[in-house]
Design a protein around this ligand. Structure first.
Ligand SMILES: [Zn+2]
Length: 199
């Protein structure tokens, strides 16, 4: 916690959105679900590498996860979060997938002593397989879903052509990225007004 990724940084790498407080939300936003078919923003190896390289600093050390496992977890995360913002029940299979991924790499606290004192680190036990980054993301989702107050801040962008999810720590936040979706909505309202004046 405390280590941040900024939306500007992700945009510079070609992603429309991200830099949310949880990697899990950024992962959910790597698929544009309003498009038909949905657009996978990390579907090609170069984009996937770019995205994971940026996120690495707030994830446990380890290899980039397998794309199939990433897609599977993302589908589950997307389902439980979409369920939340749309007021429907999540698919029990999604909950199952999240729990399975979270438990795939056990973790333990580890005391590290230095000349300046001691600090606690988390040790990820990858000896038996699994990917620590995915386990950490699944753990974030569990923490979020079990925290009603924080969960209540999860929103979907108000632009009907956008499917991005975000945590509205600023309760007035309506758009994933104000300069993109917020502007589009303002332009649409403007044209709506102009049009109604013309007719
Ligand atoms: Zn948006």
């Amino acid at each position: 916690m405390g280590i941040k990724v900024s939306v500007e940084e992700l945009q510079a790498a070609g992603f429309p959105m991200g830099g949310e407080p949880l990697v899990a939300l950024d992962l959910a936003d790597t698929v544009m679900t309003v498009r038909d078919p949905p657009v996978d923003l990390i579907g090609d190896p170069a984009a996937s590498t770019a995205w994971w390289t940026i996120q690495a600093r707030r994830l446990p050390l380890g290899p980039t996860p397998d794309p199939i496992a990433v897609r599977r977890l993302r589908t589950a995360v997307r389902d439980v979060l979409d369920a939340q913002v749309r007021g429907r029940a999540a698919d029990p299979a999604s909950v199952e997938d999240i729990n399975a991924t979270a438990s795939s790499v056990p973790r333990s606290p580890r005391l590290v002593t230095t000349g300046q004192g001691a600090r606690q680190e988390t040790r990820w036990h990858v000896e038996h397989g699994g990917n620590a980054a995915l386990a950490a993301i699944a753990g974030e989702v569990i923490g979020l879903l079990a925290d009603p107050e924080r969960l209540g801040l999860v929103r979907i962008c108000e632009n009907p052509d956008c499917s991005m999810l975000f945590l509205a720590e600023n309760k007035r936040r309506k758009w994933c990225v104000g300069t993109i979706c917020g502007n589009r909505a303002r332009v649409a309202r403007h044209y709506g007004r102009t049009h109604s004046l013309d007719t």
